[in-house]
Design a protein around this ligand. Sequence first.
Ligand code: AMP
Length: 284
Amino acid sequence: MEIIHSVPEMQKLSEELRLSGKRIAVVPTMGFLHEGHLSLIRIAKRSADFVITTIFVNPAQFGPKEDFDKYPRDIERDIKLCELTGSDAIFSPAVSEIYARNYLTYVEVEKITEKLEGMSRPTHFRGVTTVAAKLFNITKPHVAVFGQKDAQQIVVIKKMTKDLNFDILIIVAPTVREPDGLAMSTRNVYLNTEDRKNASLLYKSLKLAEEKISKGERSVENLKKEMLGLFENKQNVTVDYISFTDLETLDEIENVTDTEILISLAVKVGTTRLIDNIIIGKKE
Ligand code: AMP
């Protein structure tokens, strides 16, 4: 497995791969890899000849009061996991390699980035789309794999890819969960024992909504009440939002219909903000 830190070196390798007819997949991550990330690498392997896993804690997507400095990092462990999972290369640049001094250019998707996560994290998606566009230009992939765990990120990346004519297929990988349903996340390491118990409520609340819908409930107001009920009286738990939206526009809906709906939520458990989502009415 190749480990690359410099942009020109990565571009050179990707160019050579392309010239030799190889199909490239990129799996962008912020490292401290878990089974969720590894599932993306496995899916990438099935859709390409050469998989590049990028490991870069992107300062541009963290707010000023967020956890950029204390975000967990363990590159040696990540290298071993990538190798075991079959990644063909790791691209792991320094911050200065991606954002040189006097860096001035940002990519911004409008409107859909102001909703849901964008309400609490106003500069987050500008950071995400900027680094994604840069990683696309650096790794020159045919395919990029992202996790459904970050549902709004998928919508925003797909929109940027379409609007900016990136000739890249975006593959969405299902959310990998712990046995109690908690979506795997690097930030789960911040949870203490009590928080960890409460963290499983996110998925439980999503499954509760799904069950009520399957039994005929159509009112989003009622469904939100049911979901909120699960978080009531829990110590150190604050629901940021629960949202029922159209899958593409992210417009809020009031009644459940037969179309696909994204149910998503963000909850602060202890000091950690967790997100999760499910799609209902999904057509196979
Ligand atoms: P991150 O390192 O948190 O930026 O995540 C890198 C990629 O892994 C993103 O596309 C995430 O959506 C995806 N990812 C994170 N957690 C999971 C999970 N539990 N299941 C599937 N994909 C995930």
